[in-house]
Design a protein around this ligand. Structure first.
Ligand code: DGL
Length: 263
């Protein structure tokens, strides 16, 4: 494996771009390939077996493009499939899971909210982490059903999204939560809308920056950190229309390419 080879990222769709943005900020010399499996979104409503099969398909694709490391930029795929991927492929994998530990450690009221997909909330890894870090705490788990499909349609600031967020988040406030964990990489795109509902006293925690730092540490450990001084190359592949993906990347100042592929 060579340091100039790209970092691969995949998600059930466009949400993992919230992770990609943190990765390229911290690691500007790296080349990246991002796979948006939007055709199969949402993963959160699928069985563990289906999520593993899709994660394998995405991994095989990124390996065929020569990726040196893969970031599973999806909580649902990480919590259901990362053990399988690590056992079956000889490259490093970085995962993302709901940041329960920091929320639990920082909470003063002893109550935290977690908004994630059904697939994440019902996973064994999620159950293990929650048990380990939230003893004697109140944790309000909420399935964000319906949010991912609306984000995939580009309806970020729509009445539908705002009404679902109200239904999901307002009851958490009654439990006096002081931290809200965003356990899905699509949700950071809803932060302005979420803030309007939960107000200033609840801190939102998402894991994008932590994933970027962890990626850097793992690349260093494997001697795979790129020190190339030539302009880095960023390629996005989607199996849906490119419009919404391009919209979500419209705040990015570096150059990238987007291509629609049937995978
Ligand atoms: N971005 C994915 C996650 O982090 C969304 C899952 C889905 O497709 O339901 O969980």
């Amino acid at each position: 494996m060579k340091a100039q080879q790209p970092i691969g990222l995949f998600d059930s769709g466009i949400g993992g771009t919230s992770i990609w943005k943190e990765v390229v900020k911290l690691l500007p010399n790296e080349n990246t390939i991002y796979l948006a499996d939007s055709k199969n979104a949402p993963y959160g409503e699928k069985s563990s077996e289906e999520i593993i099969a899709l994660s394998v398909k995405n991994t095989e694709f990124l390996l065929s493009k020569g990726c040196k490391l893969i970031i599973v930029a999806c909580n649902t795929a990480t919590t259901n499939a990362i053990d399988y991927l690590r056992k079956n492929y000889p490259i490093p994998f970085i995962g993302i899971e709901p940041a329960i530990k920091p929320a639990a450690l920082l909470s003063k009221t002893g109550a935290i909210g977690i908004l994630a997909t059904k697939g994440t909330l019902s996973s064994k890894l999620f159950e293990k982490t929650t048990k380990e870090y939230t003893k004697n705490m109140t944790t309000i788990e909420q399935d964000g059903e319906g949010l991912v499909p609306l984000i995939e349609e580009g309806k970020l600031n729509s009445p539908e999204i705002n009404s679902l967020l109200s239904i999901y988040l307002k009851p958490m406030l009654k439990f006096n939560i002081d931290h809200l964990v965003l356990g899905c990489t699509h949700y950071p795109y809803l932060i302005p809308q979420i803030k309007k509902i939960i107000g200033e006293n609840v801190t939102i925690i998402d894991s994008g920056e932590a994933v970027a730092r962890q990626t850097k540490a793992v690349l260093e450990k494997h001697n795979l950190l790129s020190n190339s001084t030539t302009k880095s190359h960023h390629q996005f592949y989607t199996n849906a229309e490119t419009k919404v993906l391009k919209e979500i990347l419209s705040d990015v100042s570096i150059e990238f390419k987007v291509e629609k592929l049937d995978f």
